[in-house]
Design a protein around this ligand. Structure first.
Ligand code: FPP
Length: 239
């Protein structure tokens, strides 16, 4: 039996469908979703989860209508500003993964400000995946490694799993123990491809704006009952 996952990752899905269900504009689904982020971060902290990683904006989300993208960016900046004090009070360390270069300056600046101010915090590591794509992350790592091999900084024989990890955006994150996806979709959608190799997957039909701390508790309880064998037999685990 596992007690508690060290690293929980969440694909927060269903904001649009929630809005549609309630006859509201899509943006209001995201707005309610941002409130849920606040509640879940608080609950994860209470549960002493060490790492919480949230898929906030994927590399594919740029193809959404321009207005929706702009509003999502504004929501992000607003949430970072509004939650800054709470993040500090809860000793949370904020990090990000993804390609920040093409994000609007306003988002980059606010993000970097909070990342810098919280870098010595020793509580939960909250990572926002922003302009993140798992395949891109691995390809970029391979490019850096190839360059180092070409320039004789690394010898090809020394390239192993750890070399790759060292070159990922998510190099400071441990493997994901529990991956939660809301809204009934049962897909990975290019999220944390390397780190989910042995993750336990938990899918719920609840739309993200309806997800609450009880739902997180349910997911954690479900996880605690799973047997993780990492390729071994049950008998080997009992030794
Ligand atoms: C997926 O729902 C959700 C997103 C693409 C964005 C997630 C953003 C938030 C929860 C709000 C702000 C985040 C932070 C970290 C403060 P969808 O729009 O794909 O829903 P649908 O599939 O029902 O259309």
């Amino acid at each position: 039996m596992n007690k508690k996952p060290k690293h929980v990752a969440i694909i927060m899905d269903g904001n649009g469908r929630w809005a549609q269900k309630h006859g509201k504009k899509r943006f209001l689904g995201h707005k309610k979703g941002a409130k849920v982020v606040k509640e879940i971060v608080e609950e994860a902290t209470k549960n002493e989860i060490e790492f919480l990683t949230l898929f906030a904006f994927s590399t594919d989300n740029w193809s959404r209508p321009k207005d929706e993208v702009n509003l999502l960016m504004k929501l992000l900046v607003g949430s970072l500003k509004n939650e800054f004090k709470r993040i500090i009070d809860n000793n949370i360390r904020l990090c990000s993964i993804g390609n920040l270069d093409t994000l609007p300056d306003l988002v980059k600046d606010e993000l970097m400000f909070v990342v810098e101010k919280t870098k010595t915090n020793s509580g939960m590591v909250l990572t926002l995946a922003l302009n993140y794509g798992g395949k891109e992350e691995i390809v970029n790592a391979l490019k850096s490694i190839s360059n180092k091999v070409k320039n004789s900084i690394i010898s090809p024989q020394d390239v192993d799993e750890f070399t790759l990890i060292e070159h990922l955006y998510s190099k400071n994150l441990p493997p994901v123990d529990l991956l939660i996806r809301t809204s009934g979709e049962e897909r990975i959608s290019n999220f944390l491809l390397w780190h989910i190799a042995y993750a336990e997957l938990y899918f719920t039909r609840t739309l993200w704006p309806d997800f609450n701390k009880k739902d997180l508790e349910k997911a954690l309880l479900n996880y605690s009952k799973r047997e993780r064998r990492f390729g071994k037999t049950r008998e080997q685990l009992d030794v």
